[in-house]
Structures are given as structure tokens and as C-alpha cells.
Design a protein. Structure first.
Length: 288
């Protein structure tokens, strides 16, 4: 089964080696739609176990050039996920309060606790991408950040966070077509931004910045995945496949713990019932 392309630790990424228009010849749009529906349901079930067991948390980072489909990926892949157990965070330019702290301060404040899923629509990697491309800080500063990011993600992983990072890979030509399409579709005019066109001037600079981020910051515990994203439906399928295949190995562990907990709670209830007590009334009331 074709998943997103995993960047192995220590490898040197050249984005020209990855075809953004790649398509598995055994997959077509109709088959993909049916499979995505099944995967979305399974992802919802896995999230329920994740939330109940509270052994792990899940952090999903989405990065990509403008129009690569970060919003669309969230909308389609996470369709069956319970909103109570999932948060979406978007990181733009730092506020004045955030600027007086280290660059990871605003990120660490909102990472998911055990049982929760957080999706970063853009992430801490902006501090080695846009910051680098637009010379917002000296080179010696942003170059130090790769190591800081790896240490940060290692800390999160050591505290039972599952981390998946997706680079949505589109071509220069596909981006142009999507920007032009937005201009033609009047009902989506609110998506238009002159900044999107202006940023295209820096395409090569961004590609180089992404190549370094993918190469330097993909680890076994926090891997990067490159997703061919010229076809939106195929992009969604690969992200869903990769998420579900990563979570499946934890299913038995989560279920076993929940069965054990259920048996322990049932034993307590039966003990109270045998003593002639109402198990509901026996619980102490919480007072504010």
C-alpha cells in the first residue's frame, strides 16, 4: 500500500526527486474516495481509543507552499474525528508577547496533552522557513534552530507524544493554476491574497529552505513525510493512510488497558451492590 514518502533520518532531500504529480497506478479517484471514507471512520475509532486510554497524544504538523491544501487536508481526512478530542492551531507572525520569548515558547504552550490530537496548520518550522527566506533574523540564529527543534520534538516524544509531519508537495505550475482558479471563482474571492502571488518570487528559496528542514529534522520519533499534492484527492488519501497505519499498532495496547480498567470498575460496582449500597450515591460529590 502506497503511503506518503517517509524521509529517513540523515538523508539529504532534493525535492526535484519527488514528483508532486505522482499517482499510484492501482488507484483511481472513485476507489480513493471509498477508501478515504473507510479510513476516516477507522481514524475516528482510533481517536476514541486514544482519548479514553490517555497513554499518548498525537501531533500532526502540516506544511506546504500556499495553495498546497493544508485546510483541505484537515477538512477531508479528519471528517470523522470527534471535535472534543482534536484542536487545530495556526501559526502566523508572532505577537509582541510571543516575540519576547524563545521561538518555541508559543508552540510548547499548545501541544496536545495525553488523549488529545493537535493539528498544526503551519508550525514551528516557519521559524526556519519564512524567517530564513525573508532574512527576518540573522543566519546564525535560524541555523541553530534545527537542533533546537530536534531537541524539542525529542522531549515531546519522550513524554508519549506521537509526531507526524507532512510536507504537501505541489509544483510551481499547479500553484499558479490554483491561484488563477481562485480569481475565477467569485464565491471564494475571500481566499485571495496578493501576498500569495508575491511569495511566488521566492519559490526557489522556499524549496531550498524546505529541503534543509526535511533533511535536518526528520527523525525516527518525529518523521517528515512528503506527500505528492498536485491531486487533492490523492493527497488526502495518502495522509489518511499514513495516519491510520501509524496509529494501528497502538490499538491493542489501548484496548487492553481499557478492558482492564472496565473490569476493575465493574468489580468496584459489584462490591458496592453486594454491600447494599447504590454505586451512584456512594460517589463523593465534587464541590467548587
Amino acid at each position: 500500500m502506497q503511503l506518503a514518502w517517509k524521509v529517513e533520518k540523515g538523508s539529504k532531500v532534493r525535492l526535484k526527486d519527488y514528483d508532486p504529480g505522482f499517482l499510484d497506478p492501482n488507484t483511481d479517484r472513485a476507489l480513493a474516495a471509498a477508501e478515504l471514507e473507510q479510513l476516516s471512520v477507522e481514524l475516528g475509532e482510533l481517536q476514541q481509543l486514544l482519548a479514553a486510554a490517555q497513554h499518548h497524544s498525537l501531533l500532526i504538523a502540516l506544511q506546504g507552499m500556499d495553495t498546497s491544501g493544508k485546510d483541505g487536508t484537515i477538512r477531508h481526512v479528519m471528517a470523522q474525528v470527534n471535535p472534543l478530542g482534536c484542536e487545530v492551531r495556526s501559526f502566523k507572525g508572532p505577537s509582541s508577547r510571543e516575540q519576547i520569548h524563545d521561538f518555541l515558547w508559543r508552540i510548547h504552550r499548545v501541544v496536545p496533552g495525553r488523549g488529545m490530537i493537535s493539528i498544526f496548520n503551519r508550525s514551528h518550522y516557519e521559524d526556519v522557513l519564512v524567517v530564513r527566506v525573508h532574512n527576518l533574523v540573522p543566519e546564525k540564529v535560524w541555523r541553530r534552530r534545527y537542533a533546537a527543534i530536534n531537541d524539542f520534538e525529542h522531549l515531546l516524544a519522550e513524554n508519549d507524544m506521537l509526531i507526524l509531519k507532512f510536507y504537501l508537495h505541489i509544483s510551481y505550475e499547479e500553484q499558479e493554476q490554483r491561484l488563477l482558479a481562485r480569481q475565477e471563482e467569485k464565491t471564494k474571492a475571500w481566499k485571495l491574497s496578493s501576498a500569495d502571488w508575491a511569495e511566488r518570487k521566492y519559490w526557489r528559496d522556499y524549496q531550498q529552505a524546505y529541503e534543509d528542514a526535511l533533511s535536518k529534522c526528520s527523525t525516527a520519533e518525529a518523521p517528515w513525510y512528503i506527500v505528492p499534492a498536485n491531486r487533492k484527492w490523492y493527497r488526502n488519501l495518502l495522509v489518511a493512510r499514513t495516519l491510520v497505519s501509524t496509529l494501528r499498532p497502538y490499538k491493542k495496547e489501548w484496548q487492553a488497558d481499557l478492558v482492564k480498567r472496565g473490569a476493575q470498575e465493574l468489580a468496584r460496582i459489584e462490591k458496592l451492590q453486594q454491600a447494599g449500597e447504590n454505586p451512584v450515591e456512594a460517589k463523593p460529590l465534587l464541590r467548587s
